[in-house]
Write a protein that binds this ligand. Structure first.
Ligand code: ATP
Length: 435
């Protein structure tokens, strides 16, 4: 039996050029790290031993054929993915979370793999077919063949599979001519009702179009029409937000979000959603700064929505089911932008007290778009400034804790911030005048 791990092809197996090419791509360590190759090979070997056909599908095949590194392993078996998962944990360890309804399982990898493979779990899926009872609703599914499984997918370029088990290793299944579309750079749906069944595919089409500089095939483009756009209105906030999150996680998010706006998607989501201000587009690729964690997705929403009124931000947040943290970040940056003109000539202490309750990321984003140096000074220096004299020192000077305590410490801090005291001696002298 041949397999992913065998470096020599067996002489009995006659391989087509395409199969040879697929084998070469899958074994290329620049495209698929060796640890993931090993993982794939043990799954494929066990599937073969259990007489199950095992495939790798979707974005993995697409990106491999484009010569791009692949990450997600989307594994489909014809047979029973739960049984395969049980055999895998018996032989290699780890844990299994089975979902009996869809015959899928999550294999939580054993520690031998988790040291080198991320993520630390893997979905094992039983091939299935899908039908949509209502536009925009989630589909009903039932176990089926790999061909049916490919037919439930979004675009031809995502509807290819490579078989992994035994001598079949490297066979490309392409019943919908995805390879031809990939070569032409075309995004094509599988059937005319595709966007009506699931209009999140319109967002996905935009992502692939802008990510790979592809084109929406003309009849697919025409399916982004009043009928399919109307179904977006019915989608849950969570599903739409998930698509927008994916967009803001991408390198060309500005082009993607503008494209979504120009195709009329925003009007169907919320009437107040604006186009993305092109002046802010450079800041989508914010570098992490100081100890402020970079959060591409949150920054994307902040830049997009910060010029709206408080009411619009709130209303969009409700529609898109934002987390409280995300809504806070957007509102904070919007408020800061409005108050900036009033703060411009303030002293460092005034800046500090005005903004120190705001989330750091909102201050950083405001700095990026305004280049107001006080904001940078706050982030790098002022927010860390504390008086050297402490509450204990005040007690030892005979002051009992109370509101006056806080006032004195604040005055001392302001003096440090505004440069009125520069060393411990000057601070002590100031304290003497305050007591
Ligand atoms: P990406 O690089 O954007 O992650 P991907 O192809 O890996 O691309 P996933 O969202 O991980 O995308 O989905 C995996 C596969 O599942 C897709 O390639 C596609 O075949 C299928 N798929 C995902 N979402 C849909 C959908 N809404 N409708 C139909 N098929 C879908």
């Amino acid at each position: 039996m041949c397999g992913l791990s065998d470096m020599q092809e067996t002489s009995e197996v006659k391989l087509t050029n395409m199969e040879k090419e697929m084998r070469r791509l899958i074994r290329d360590p620049k495209l698929l790290p060796p640890e993931k190759q090993t993982l794939l090979s043990i799954i494929a070997d066990l599937a073969a031993a259990m007489n199950m056909s095992c495939f790798i599908v979707g974005g993995f095949v697409r990106d491999l054929l484009l010569g791009k590194p692949v990450n997600d392993l989307d594994i489909i078996v014809e047979g029973d993915a739960i049984k395969l998962g049980e055999a895998l944990i018996q032989k290699h360890g780890g844990q299994l979370t089975p979902h009996t309804k869809f015959r899928t399982a999550i294999w939580h990898l054993p520690s031998t793999f988790t040291r080198s493979v991320q993520p630390s779990s893997l979905d094992l899926i039983t091939a299935r077919s899908e039908s949509y009872l209502n536009p925009g609703a989630l589909p009903t599914v039932k176990p089926s063949t790999i061909e049916d499984d490919l037919r439930r997918r979004d675009f031809t370029i995502n509807a290819m599979a490579v078989r992994m088990d035994g001598d079949h290793f490297g066979e490309l299944l392409d019943p919908l001519n995805g390879l031809a579309d990939l070569e032409k750079g075309l995004i094509r749906v599988l059937h005319p009702r595709s966007f009506i069944d699931d209009p999140t595919r319109i967002f996905r089409a935009i992502r692939y179009e802008q990510r790979y500089f592809f084109t929406l095939e003309p009849s697919t483009f025409n399916l982004v029409n009043l009928e399919s756009l109307a179904v977006i209105t019915r989608l849950s906030g969570e599903r739409i937000r998930h698509e927008l999150d994916l967009i803001f996680g991408e390198e060309h998010s500005f082009q993607m979000i503008q494209r979504a706006g120009s195709l009329g998607l925003f009007d169907r989501i919320h009437p107040d959603l604006p186009l993305f201000n092109p002046d802010y587009s450079d800041f989508l690729d914010m570098d992490p700064m100081l100890d402020i964690p970079a959060d591409r997705i949150a920054v994307g929403y902040m830049l997009w929505l910060m010029d709206l009124s408080e009411e619009s931000i709130q209303s969009i947040s409700n529609r898109l089911d934002f987390t409280a943290d995300l809504e806070d970040l957007i509102s904070a940056v919007a408020r800061l932008k409005k108050s900036l003109p009033f703060l411009v000539n303030s002293k460092p202490s005034e800046w500090t007290y005005a903004i120190e309750k705001l989330p750091l990321l909102s201050i950083y984003v405001m700095y990026l778009i305004s280049r107001e140096t006080a904001l940078l000074d706050y982030l790098s220096i002022w927010r860390h400034v504390r008086p050297r004299i402490t509450g204990d020192d005040l007690k030892s000077r005979g002051l009992s804790p109370g509101p006056r305590f806080g006032e004195i410490l604040t005055q001392l801090r302001s003096a440090w911030l505004d440069g009125q005291v520069k060393n411990a001696q000057e601070e002590k002298e100031l304290l003497n005048t305050l007591l």
